[in-house]
Design a protein around this ligand. Sequence first.
Ligand SMILES: [Zn+2]
Length: 150
Amino acid sequence: MNWKRRKRTENRKTENGGSSLTDRELYQLAQQAKENAYAPYSAFRVGAALLCQSGRVFLGCNVENASYGLSNCAERTAIFSAVAAGERDFAVLAIAGDGEALVSPCGACRQVLCEFAPQLRVLIGCGENWLERTAAELLPDRFQLHGEAE
Ligand SMILES: [Zn+2]
């Protein structure tokens, strides 16, 4: 993992036209959101905090179901909540999970992130640290209707 990238963004103020949140503060919100996770089947709790360009923050957690396929990830919960509230311009997404496990977005979430913001900064949690990627870096050659170019 490339921890050097984390060090550069630790105290970075987000570039969203007004928010004073640092990456660390956004990551802490993701850690808090994790506490609301409903994960009785996997016992793998995940939280997400999505900072919009407007400065608003939307939280998400994973919500599992006895019919496993109906479960929803923290990242998509946050994105869908933001879209439902009228937001579509996203700046940074922080993802946090339990323990020291790397909490990298699943393929479905990567596709959803790229739908709205290929250049979205994604802070992928691993314990108290994270690594940073863009959504596009996480999903190269993603599906695009009609094969639209970048
Ligand atoms: Zn996912």
